[in-house]
Design a protein around this ligand. Structure first.
Ligand code: ZN
Ligand code: ZN
Ligand code: FE
Length: 737
């Protein structure tokens, strides 16, 4: 007995809801060990007692054989005197802890559960809420930690004897699966008309929705993290009526298809992309489209890509298999408001959009949109970070004091950090919108509670009028303001663990500059714990300021005015007056507005129905040009001067050179301009950040050219390059600048 020991482990990480306790149970039993395991607020604690050899083996396999989605963020071990314990048990959860537990994101239906819902002999045959310890809802149903059924929105569904048996059987795949359910005891479907009258229930409700969708009607479906609006993607008339009712002119809609094979019919999909599509996160992937004929033109007008996702809940699988055709699956919300999660709110707000509702009675704890991923230069890059990724932390190289970063204004996302974990919220939306602002406030509170972090400091954008900035000023804690474009760069530095010095190329639409003008084409050197603007795109006047975001002609007029003066400028009188007097006409170095101006001058875009549309048109217009011609973009002092570029571009246009060729030459020139600045600075690490780098051509060619010149190139991948990544950079500023 001299060789008997007892060990106490405290494990932090994603160890709840992944089948970790049953795994520990089996492992201990196999090794003949006594002891216990328990969920705590901070993760999992366990004790094992037995022979030395068996304990060694146990510890090794604890790390190597752990369940698939399990991730250790910390493991502490303490040796205790043996107490003669030979039985191993799973203890009830202990909620008296102050440390952090990592909550898991929602996970797409696993292959075993999928098999069950299509197996006639299985008791979960066609049950839309089937899940197990490998899959199912997590973040969207958790109300507080520890992660136990009583702390989820499943608390109102007592387990039937059969489910209870599975729940208590350590040998079962559903052992301690908190959202466990079956047709007898779990949530149920219902179909409602647009007034909320119940039409059908259960399988009949599903069939009703299938009939509606097949007939070209719009159905609002309560999914995993909120409502989605579904419509037959082949039916142009139906798609157009969704656009009309949703007031969404041209912004592309995402699609859902039943299987990967169906996806391959529509798009070119690499192995890497298909593994992302079928991953537990199951995001929307932006993919080059193959065949336009089976998808209505109104789905993604003028776009060579489609946003595609696969079913990620049993409900989606059942629906899609019945339908057998691609559907538009877009967020169930109004305009830029957050996605709706409650069926009664949805009825009130979506009643005029949807012809019918497919709902269920499992409450959704918080809205979680579908995430969007695009592979850029071989690297998966999140363009919207939500379902499947949130609330996993971004782990950084150096510890942080507790801090709350409130993000930007558009595509807002907040971040809460302590130690080496930075928790980013799901995508919240545009804070000028009241509903989004309310969600923003709720999210801050929700995150502080869920992650048990009490911030001691706040960080906001330097823009004095951002709603998030005003919120931060009222919060009552020390507040630090960080310049917008610096935050873009710092976010990528945090994510990639980059050491200084770094040259940041921070290109986007709009950000408040230190000189109180509008920045957006900046080159920032981050060094010695500070940053300095070392170069910028040549500024030009923007008649009407923010109004130019949706009206690219204003950028074109401003640019032409800067280039050639007022003589011969054919613009509407009020704009000419603004340009002459400077009234409501700020100066801007924005790269986004430069894209807008060029798209407008090439007649690619008359108006933007969403920010960045003109820039997208310019990217999509690119055609081959064997000549390899580049427009001159000289670096004069600290200014990258687009003057010569624009003269050459306009000459090409007036000589009748193809628009696609001009678009290509313009893009190439920008890449060479960036290379010019990088060479002058000679800093080995270059970060590309800001909304402009959602442009696949731009980022991939910058990457290639800068790499050829010997630079290491990085961009945000775990957060969007757009303002969805601002909060991460704000957090990192407390460490770095
Ligand atoms: Zn499963
Ligand atoms: Zn049951
Ligand atoms: Fe930005």
């Amino acid at each position: 007995m001299a060789d008997r020991k007892r060990l106490h482990y405290r494990i932090q990480g994603t160890v709840q809801g992944v089948g970790f306790r049953p795994f520990v149970y089996r492992l201990a039993r196999e090794g003949g060990l006594g002891g216990w395991v328990s969920n705590t607020a901070s993760g999992v604690e366990l004790e094992v007692e037995g022979e030395r050899e068996a304990l060694l083996e146990f510890e090794g396999r604890l790390e190597t054989d752990k369940p698939e989605h399990c991730f250790f963020a910390g493991l502490e071990r303490l040796e205790l005197p043996a107490c003669g314990d030979s039985k191993f048990t799973i203890r009830r959860s202990d909620s008296n802890g102050s440390r952090r537990a990592l909550v898991l994101p929602d996970l797409a239906t696993c292959p075993e559960c999928l098999r069950e819902i299509f197996d006639r002999r299985n008791r979960r045959y066609r049950y839309p809420f089937t899940n197990c310890t490998h899959c199912g809802p997590r973040y969207s149903i958790i109300e507080s930690i520890p992660y136990d059924r009583a702390n989820t929105t499943m608390r109102g569904f007592p387990l039937c004897p059969h489910c209870l048996e599975e729940y208590n059987d350590p040998g079962d795949r559903r052992f301690h699966a908190q959202p466990l359910a079956c047709p007898r005891c779990g949530p149920q479907l219902a179909s409602w008309d647009e007034k909320g009258a119940v039409l059908e229930a259960g399988e009949d409700a599903l069939q009703h929705a299938v009939r509606e969708l097949s007939a070209g009607r719009i159905v609002a479906v309560k999914g995993l993290g909120g409502f989605q609006l579904l419509v037959d993607a082949r039916n142009q008339e139906a798609v157009q009526s969704l656009r009309l009712r949703k007031h969404r002119d041209e912004k592309p809609f995402a699609l859902m298809v039943a299987t990967l094979e169906d996806a391959l019919q529509l798009c070119e999909i690499s192995e890497q992309e298909s593994s992302l599509l079928t991953s537990p996160a199951a995001p929307i992937m932006l993919l080059p489209r193959k065949d336009k004929s089976s998808v209505a033109p109104g789905v993604a007008p003028h776009s060579p890509t489609l946003g595609l996702m696969l079913p990620y809940t049993p409900l989606h699988h059942l629906l899609m298999r019945e339908l057998g055709f691609p559907v538009v699956a877009t967020s169930g919300n109004l305009g830029e408001e957050p996605i709706l999660i409650d069926e009664h709110d949805a009825l009130a707000k979506l009643g005029r959009i949807a012809d019918g509702f497919l709902v269920h009675n499992r409450p959704i704890a918080r809205p979680v949109d579908d995430s969007v991923v695009r592979v850029l230069a071989g690297k998966p890059t999140l363009l919207r970070r939500a379902r499947g990724y949130v609330p996993l932390p971004i782990r950084v190289t150096q510890p942080l004091d507790p801090v709350l970063a409130v993000g930007g204004q558009l595509k807002n996302c907040v971040a809460l950090a302590e130690g080496r974990d930075i928790f980013l919220s799901q995508h919240i939306g545009d804070l000028t919108n009241t509903a989004a602002y309310e969600r923003f406030v709720a999210t801050v509170e929700d995150m502080e509670r869920l992650h048990r972090i009490t911030p001691r400091q706040l960080v906001c954008d330097a823009h004095p009028d951002y709603t998030s900035t005003r919120f931060a000023e009222r919060y009552g804690l020390p507040l630090k303001a960080v310049q917008h474009h610096a935050a873009h760069v710092l976010g990528a530095m945090a994510e990639h663990g980059l050491r200084e010095p770094v040259l940041g190329v921070s290109w986007d639409g709009t950000g408040f500059g230190e000189d109180r003008t509008i920045w957006g084409g900046e080159f920032l050197l981050v060094e010695h714990s500070r940053y300095e603007r070392v170069a910028q795109l040549r500024p030009f006047p923007l008649p009407g300021g923010d109004r130019a975001v949706l009206d690219p002609r204003r950028s074109a007029y401003g640019l032409l005015h800067a280039l050639r003066g007022p003589i011969g400028l054919e613009a509407p009188q009020p704009i000419l007056r603004m340009l002459a007097t400077g009234f409501n006409t700020p100066m801007t170095s924005s790269a986004g507005r430069l894209f807008d101006a060029v798209a407008s001058l090439l007649h690619l875009s008359v108006y933007n129905s969403f920010e960045g549309q003109a820039a997208m048109q310019l990217e999509y217009a690119i055609r081959k040009d064997p000549s390899g011609a580049v427009y001159p973009l000289p670096l004069t002092g600290r200014t990258l001067d687009w003057g010569p570029l624009m003269e050459a571009l306009l000459a090409d246009r007036d000589a009748g050179v193809q628009t696609g060729v001009i678009a290509l030459r313009f893009h190439r020139s920008l890449v060479e301009g960036i290379v010019t600045v990088a060479r002058r600075m000679g800093v080995p690490r270059v970060v590309l950040a800001g909304g402009c780098f959602q442009n696949k051509w731009l980022i991939e060619h910058c990457h290639r050219r800068l790499s050829d010149e010997g630079f290491d190139v990085y961009w945000p991948q775990q957060t969007p390059p757009n303002d969805g990544g601002i909060a991460l950079g704000q957090v990192w500023s407390t460490r770095c600048v």
